[in-house]
Structures are given as C-alpha cells and as structure tokens.
Design a protein around this ligand. Sequence first.
Ligand code: GDP
Length: 425
Amino acid sequence: MSNCAIVGINWGDEGKGRMVDLLTENYDIVVRFQGGGNAGHTVVNEKGKFALHLLPSGIFRDGVVNVLGNGVALDPENLWTEIQDVMSKGVAVTPDNLMISDRASLLLPWHRDLDGLEEARLADKKFGSTKQGIAPFYSDKYQKKTILAGELFYPEHLRAHLADLMEWKNLILTRVYGAEPYTMEMLDKWLSEFCEKIKPFVRDTGHWLREAQAAGKNILFEAQLGSLRDLDFGIHPYTTSSNTTAAFAPVGSGLPSAAIGSVIGVVKAYSTCVGEGPFVCEMFGDEAEELRKAGFEYGAKTGRPRRVGPIDIVATRYGVEVQAATEIALTKLDVLSYMDRIPVCTHYELDGSLTDRFPFPAALDGAKPVIEYFDGWKCDISGARTWEDLPEAARRYVDYIEKAIGCPITYISVGPERDSIIVRR
Ligand code: GDP
C-alpha cells in the first residue's frame, strides 16, 4: 500500500476528519502537515463524538502513531486543552501515539492578541479570521520570529530567545495597536502551564519518520481546510496562511522524500464556506436556511452559521486540479434527500460569457452562478451501503459530478458514522 493524503477540495469542512478516521485502519502513521487550531474536524466513532482542532484524526485508532509536523501552527495552550478533553472521554494520548516535531514553530500568546487587534482595526473590511492567531503566527514564522518546539529542551537559550522576541513584539503591540505589553512573568506562566505539558511529546519526528518509511510503514497525511483556502492557489486574500494542498505534505510533515501514491480529495455534495470572501454559488434566504439546518452547517470551532450553496462544479474541478487528486470521497449526500430538485452550479457567467474555468481571485466578485437542476430522490439514503442501494436519481447525481470534475468518486458518505459509507472501486 502506498502513502496517501486526505485533503479538502473546496473551502474546508468537507468531512476530511471522518475520512481519516475511517481510513486509518489501513495506515500506521497519521501526520498533520499544516494549519493550526483554527478549524475543526468532527469525528463520530464508537468512542463518541469529538471536535478535533489540532490533533490528527488517527488518535482514536489503537496502534496508530499521530504526528504533528513542522508545518503546523503549534499552539501549546489549545493543544493541551484538546489533549485533556479527548483523554477525559477515555481516549489515550501518550508520547507513544502522539509525537510533535521539534521543528514545529510555537504559536506564541501574542499571536492570538494580534489577530483580534488587527480584525478590530479592519472593522468592516475584516477577513473573518477565527482569531486563533494563525495569520500573525505564519508571518512571524517566515520572519523567523518564533520559537521551535525543540527549544523547550534548552531552557536558558529559550528564555533569552523569548525575551528578544517579546521586546520586538511589545513595540508592535504598544505603538501600533496601543495594547498592553507582555512581561517575562506572563511568558514564564505560559511556559509552565502549557509548554511543559506538551514537552514530553516533542522529539525529532523527521528522523523517526525516515526510519518508519525505511521500515515500510504506511503513512496518511491529513490536511486542514481546502484547495480554495490554500495560501498560493486559493481565493487570496481570503485564504488561510498555509498551504492546504497535498504537494506541501512531504515538506510540512518533515518527510521531504515521501511519495504520495493516492490523493483522496474530499468534496461535499453541496457547498459551504465559513467567513468572508467571494462565494459565487451562495444561496440566500429560506432555501439557504433549509440546507444549513439539514446539513447542520455551523462551525466546529466558532459555532458560526456557514454560508451554503449548491455544489460548485467550476470551483470543485479547479480544487481537484490543484490538489492533483487521484480519487474523490463525496460526503453528506444524505443531506440532500429532502430536496425536490437538486441545484448544481455548472458554470460561471463572467463578463457576459459562460466559463467553466475558475477565475483569478479579483475577478470572482463579478462572477455569477449558472444553475441547473437534477431530480431529487426524496427518500432516506443513510442506510445505503452499496452503489446499488442508492436510488437512481442519486446515482445520476453522483455520476454527473464525477464526469464534470474529471476524477473518480470512490467513496460516498451517507452519514457521519464511521460505517455510513459506500466504497465504489
Ligand atoms: P472537516 O473539517 O473536513 O473534517 O469537516 P467538518 O468536521 O467540519 O464537517 C463535517 C461534518 O459533517 C461533521 O460534523 C461530520 O460528522 C459530518 N459528516 C461527515 N460526513 C457526513 C455524511 O456523509 N453525512 C452527514 N449527515 N454528516 C456527515
């Protein structure tokens, strides 16, 4: 079996967590390679219902080793809270099943403050940040103004490095935003309350992964968010601040030589989008509210109602291309069962003509959705376990999407539970 990446094709929240939870059965290692605690995977399995933010979704499988790679935004406070939450529900989290890269950069306490301060400054021009400090974190990472997790093992060096960073950051906090400065006392408290707790999980995971690869272990790479939020390929500037695409997995995981045999792109049977930015296929009014309720589309981290719309073929095909997806998991097909007819955004109208090519971000505001309708199936499909179990109208819908986006749909998910899945290979 080859290595595999599970990635989002759209705006995130496609159901990646449930796919990782399902497929970890076949893998020895799950690695998160980008992003932080700003989004959430919801996983439902025999151990309960969990909202994961930073922990890899393989944490529920006995024998699977979960790695937080160098590409993640490692927030010690959020991570420790999440570990305690998962452990309180009976899931073991130990240095044997969770490893943190010593080269992962730490999200520092002021990153969250700066995120909130900047969103407040932007007022009605805000980006819809979850205020978890992700954008300030990644800017500082690329300025080399963060701390690596491995520095926790060098206490004297660590305090001196933190003091230098604090001096610089206090200038920005106080002079640019008029906020309160940090003190070393505050940072010492943060070190002892959170960093000391996660320290036992920190190690040279790059070396460990290279050895695991040489021993023939199977690795699953888990992404956060989706293609359209990728820093380089997404709807800039309404993207996240990291690369959500599979091509980044080898770098962000700490295993640059990793070959990824299969890229499973997760696509939801309709569209959702959290936060600001262009969302061409957006539905409004009662139609939107009905879909939002049927799919329970409220953010896992923030509880914010998600914007909803029909599946967007233009955006999805683009997402498949930038992820170089080799197969697709189509999720939440069951949610559409209430509809008399199923809307599909097949093209965009742009500057008076039809296009099936995803436009440059600045042109998206001028694009209008072109909607076609498919017959609904109007029956409960959550018990379907084979392709033949699905009503003909549902099969027609899936077949159409497969052809339109140019990638085989090998999984169809019809419920949040681990076994609510149709495998079609
Ligand atoms: P992720 O971040 O991509 O993992 O996605 P989220 O966890 O934010 O959103 C997926 C949500 O849909 C979760 O609440 C899942 O439990 C749920 N879910 C996943 N697959 C299905 C499905 O096929 N049907 C239904 N009804 N819910 C699903």
